[in-house]
Design a protein around this ligand. Structure first.
Ligand SMILES: NC(=O)c1ccc[n+]([C@@H]2O[C@H](COP(=O)([O-])OP(=O)(O)OC[C@H]3O[C@@H](n4cnc5c(N)ncnc54)[C@H](O)[C@@H]3O)[C@@H](O)[C@H]2O)c1
Length: 363
């Protein structure tokens, strides 16, 4: 009995060693990889992950929302506005990419209904330029970071078989890019993966952006002893996803053949209300401030979270970090960075129905 147990243990260990090796053989890396938005929050974590896996990584970014200091020194950094198709083509001709991860965007979903001209230009034009350059330079695989925003106001949890029904220009832009990618992949025979992350947070999030990522906005305000704002009653539900859980899964999408031609949700399974999330942040910051409740934002979807079984199965994604653990790590990082002055990057092209705190730049 004793022997059998030992024998089983040895065999189990051998089997798991074999599986791990098979897994790494399955992931053929050491590729020439492009990461757009590589100086941004998710992009810079992804670049670290890809560099650590032994790939040659080029990061491109116009630094409109990212920071060059976040870019891994073992990757090559090129500053470029991806709306410039001549420059994009030149980079592709020179660098000969195997795989492209496209993350560059301005993901100001709430603002997008008030600034559709600029936001569509930023989020759509680069996709067209990157697809043309990818086809002309024989890119083998294109991974697009879309968003849960494409599901709109459907009944959550959103699964990948649901139709796209965006409720705002940001979601429309993502749906457009997804369609373009599928069409180009079918026509010109390259592999693609569409990832739909939801509510990502963690260190390196741009704390100066008053329009994006509620946790970062609250942390930045609380650091200045200002009350956090909540639009509506705070009963909105989200599943906040810690970046360190997400980055390996995004990287894996580039090299896992089972992901090819797939749409995959990726992010946390821990659903929380905005009120609860705000309390988690206040507690982690040791603050006694109380949130200020503002009118509901036009177009904000009340309940938004996704099924993630597909990413667990195909990309080995795991919700390993709870919101309170993740927030503690983010707060520790934010305190080192210190409070940031808000940067209002784009004008409100429409002010009708826009929240007063945005019109008066009070966030
Ligand atoms: N953070 C989230 O919760 C979340 C959720 C779902 C999807 N996404 C998507 O993930 C991607 C990355 O998001 P993030 O949170 O890291 O945002 P981010 O703003 O930190 O990163 C985006 C980067 O793109 C760069 N960029 C923007 N426009 C550019 C242009 N024209 N040319 C070159 N670079 C440009 C910015 O400077 C920035 O560094 C985006 O596509 C976003 O839509 C994010």
């Amino acid at each position: 009995m004793q022997f059998l147990r030992k024998y089983d243990m040895v065999n189990n260990a051998k089997e798991s060693f074999k599986q791990n090796n098979l897994r790494s053989i399955n992931l053929v890396e050491h590729k020439n990889v492009l990461v757009t938005g590589g100086a941004g929050f998710i992009g810079s974590w992804l670049v670290d992950e890809l560099v650590n896996r032994g790939n040659n990584v080029v990061s491109v970014d116009d630094l409109s929302g990212g920071f060059q200091s976040y870019v891994n020194e073992k990757s090559k950094f090129i500053k470029v506005d991806l709306r410039d198709n001549q420059k994009v083509s030149k980079i592709f001709e020179e660098e000969k990419f195997d795989t492209v991860f496209h993350l560059a965007a301005y993901a100001a979903e709430g603002q997008s209904i008030f600034s559709p001209i600029e936001i569509n230009d930023i989020n759509i034009t680069p996709m067209n330029n990157l697809l043309v350059a990818s086809v002309n330079n024989d890119v083998q695989k294109f991974v697009f970071t879309s968003s849960m925003a494409v599901y709109g106001n459907q009944q959550p949890p959103f699964n990948e078989d649901m139709p796209t029904m965006p409720e705002d220009p940001y979601g429309c832009g993502k749906a457009y890019c997804e369609s373009m990618l599928k069409i180009f992949s079918h026509t010109y025979n390259f592999d693609y993966v569409i990832l739909r992350p939801h509510n990502v947070y963690g260190p390196r999030q741009n704390l100066s952006d008053p329009f994006r990522n509620v946790l970062g906005i609250w942390i930045n305000r609380i650091m200045k002893e200002k009350e956090p704002y909540i639009f509506g009653d705070g009963a909105q539900e989200r599943a906040f996803s810690y970046i360190a859980d997400l980055a390996p899964a995004i990287a894996r999408a580039g090299f896992e053949s089972k992901a090819n031609g797939q749409i995959i949700n990726v992010g946390s399974k821990e659903v929380t209300t905005i009120n609860e999330a705000c309390q988690v942040v206040l507690k982690a910051m040791g603050s006694k401030l109380k949130p200020i409740y503002l009118d509901k934002r036009p177009g904000e979807v009340k309940y938004a979270y996704c099924t993630v079984e597909k990413s667990e199965k195909i990309l080995n994604y795991k919700t390993a970090t709870t919101l309170s653990e993740g927030i503690k790590m983010m707060v520790k990082w934010a305190k080192k960075v210190g409070p940031q002055e808000p940067t209002y990057r784009l004008p409100l092209e429409i002010t009708k129905k826009a929240p007063q705190v945005w019109k008066e730049k009070l966030v």
